[in-house]
Write a protein that binds this ligand. Structure first.
Ligand code: NDP
Length: 243
């Protein structure tokens, strides 16, 4: 059977890049999205059936155009991984509200945008899977994470809502909620105190955080289940992460 199109947002680094490698190994046609497309093009992939498009997930129109273009070439989207996101740590008293807005726009609006673009087609085909990248911060509080936590609680909430709305159409909505992992996520934090507290917290767990490969494997595991089985959520962190 021909493999359906896999769309991955935020494929230029971290989890997204590892997810792309896993699906590429299995020969899936893929659309890889991000703003730094040069980084995606440098990934060790077989690019024969891979399309790379520069898309900011907060821009609905360019997001939709990229998906339609890939669908014209590879067929309809069967898996969307809404992975793009960012974490700007900071205390609400001191943090620039623009940072809250950036996180809410990317982490919540980006996921809603992607979902809206593919969901109707999946419903009418009675087939398809959407996997959203949330976080342990999607159901637990962490200091200096208020706006990030708000965004990831949002991802949990919208995922569960949409899951119930499309379950009778045989469409799966699922999420992966990782703990602290080694990616580029922390490189965008501007609050030096919040960053140093985060790093001290990491040190208190032995300095070892999650290998992104295992997050990618979780995504693949969810997708590889038969369509009638929905792993609704995987929470994954290092054994040493206590919180
Ligand atoms: P990275 O910073 O390594 O990757 C983030 C990815 O998101 C990049 O590919 C980036 O691409 C993309 N991205 C960010 N903003 C946008 C945007 N506006 N439009 C399109 N793409 C965007 O971090 P991670 O791999 O860790 O992050 C992936 C997801 O995992 C995020 O949702 C994050 O919140 C979540 N997460 C991470 C954890 C961790 O500890 N690392 C723990 C729990 C959850 P580009 O800059 O090229 O656009």
């Amino acid at each position: 059977m021909q493999k359906g199109l896999v769309v991955i947002t935020g494929a230029s680094s971290g989890f997204g890049a590892e997810i792309a490698k896993l699906f590429n190994k299995d020969g899936y046609p893929m659309l890889l999205l991000g703003r730094r497309v040069e980084k995606i093009k440098e990934l060790p992939l077989n690019f024969e059936n891979v399309m790379v498009e520069k898309v900011d997930v907060t821009d609905f129109n360019s997001f939709e155009s990229a998906i339609r273009k890939a669908e014209d070439k590879f067929g309809k989207t069967d898996l969307l991984v809404n992975n793009a996101g960012l974490m700007l740590l900071g205390n609400v008293i001191t943090q620039d509200p623009n940072e809250w807005q950036t996180m809410l726009n990317t982490n919540v609006m980006g996921v809603l945008n992607g979902t809206k673009i593919v969901l109707d087609g999946m419903k009418s085909r009675k087939h398809g899977t959407i996997i959203n990248m949330s976080s342990i911060a999607g159901f637990k509080a962490f200091a200096d994470h208020a706006a990030y936590v708000a965004s990831k609680f949002g991802v949990h909430g919208l995922s569960e809502t949409i899951r119930t709305e499309v379950s009778s159409s045989n469409v799966r909505v699922s999420l992966v909620a990782p703990g602290a992992a080694e990616t580029e996520l922390l490189t965008h934090v501007t609050d030096k105190n919040a960053l140093s507290d985060y790093n001290s917290w990491k040190e208190s767990m032995g300095g070892i955080t999650l290998n992104p490969v295992h997050v990618a494997e979780s995504v693949k595991f969810i997708y590889d289940m038969p369509q009638e089985v929905n792993i609704r959520e995987i929470d994954i962190a290092t054994t040493a992460q206590e919180s």
